[in-house]
Design a protein around this ligand. Structure first.
Ligand SMILES: Nc1ncnc2c1ncn2[C@@H]1O[C@H](COP(=O)(O)OP(=O)(O)OP(=O)(O)O)[C@@H](O)[C@H]1O
Ligand SMILES: [Mg+2]
Length: 277
């Protein structure tokens, strides 16, 4: 057994009994009212400190939303709540009209169609670009009968399509460990895309990137919206300006301002928060 097969088997071993429980699927997602995410009156405290304070956030289906705000504003904690890593003390969180995120575990939320990219890329360094994408493939398609079978042409097409989307099709056989920092970030986004998420959360995607990589990332994230919704948290204002449609400013765990980049930048409350840092 080669190392890819070993890894694949390890990944699948936990999934053996998954078919026994009813699973929330992306097809349960109801977007009939136009929004894909509803956070309402959400609060969470850590040792008495309100990291998220009566937060209300609505994300439309297909939109690209940028979230900005000073350090400690609660941006990452907000993503932790959406993905089930942190449970709020109060409030509600819905994915579409019907899926109550607060009743789902982290893996169930991923299964339902929310993908999250952490700041540090976590690719399999000793596997190729292609193998990384193969390993990230939607668990549902990897059922027992196909365990050691070859990829279906549909699956191979999906990998190929994602490699084109992330601009790594010419590096299919290259070890992930030998990619540049930016390319690793794109590969990780590609690994999320293999699971066909409806909502993609991306925390500080351009930290440490060259200007060229930043431009490419702006194009990539812009192209991903529409078919799915993308929420980007980022400190780099030039980058945010280059992709911004609607921007939400978080401050002390609440929404301070929301609107176009120009609107929020000229909002005196926002100016005060950023200058007051
Ligand atoms: N698990 C935790 N335990 C205790 N405090 C926490 C925890 N997670 C976050 N915090 C605190 O909550 C506040 C919000 O943190 P968070 O990481 O969400 O901010 P952020 O907006 O992502 O900041 P940055 O821009 O620096 O990434 C901070 O004061 C942080 O120290
Ligand atoms: Mg953060």
């Amino acid at each position: 057994m080669n190392s890819v097969d070993q890894l694949r088997e390890t990944v699948r071993r936990d999934e053996v009994f998954n078919f026994l429980k009813p699973r929330i699927q992306a097809r349960d997602l109801d977007l009939s009212h136009g929004n894909i995410l509803y956070l309402e009156d959400v609060s969470v405290s850590f040792d008495g400190f309100k990291a998220i304070n009566n937060l209300n956030l609505y994300i439309e289906a297909g939109e690209l939303r940028c979230i900005i705000g000073p350090n400690g504003a609660g941006k990452t904690t907000m993503m932790d709540i959406i993905t089930g890593k942190t449970r709020p003390d109060t409030g509600t969180a819905y994915f579409g009209q019907r899926i109550d995120l607060l009743r789902l575990s982290e893996p169930e939320i991923a299964q339902a169609g929310i993908g999250r990219k952490f700041q540090k890329p976590t690719v399999f360094e000793y596997h190729s670009v292609f193998e990384n994408l193969e390993l990230a493939m939607d668990g549902d398609k990897r059922v027992w009968p196909t365990l050691f079978a070859r990829l279906s042409s549909e699956q191979a097409d999906h990998i190929d399509e994602v490699m084109h989307t992330i601009g790594l099709h010419e590096h299919a056989g290259k070890l992930a460990g030998s990619l540049s920092h930016g390319q690793k970030q794109w590969l990780e986004i590609g690994m999320l895309l293999m699971q066909n998420p409806h909502l993609l959360l991306v925390d500080e995607p351009v930290a440490g990137m060259t200007h060229q990589e930043m431009d490419r990332t702006a194009e990539l994230l812009t192209s991903l919206a529409g078919e799915r919704s993308v929420v980007v948290v980022e400190h780099d204002m030039d980058f945010v300006r280059s992709i911004a449609q609607k921007v939400t400013v978080l401050h002390q765990g609440s929404v301070l301002a929301e609107g176009s980049m120009d609107e929020v930048q000229n909002d005196p409350r926002v100016v005060e928060v950023y200058l007051g840092e």
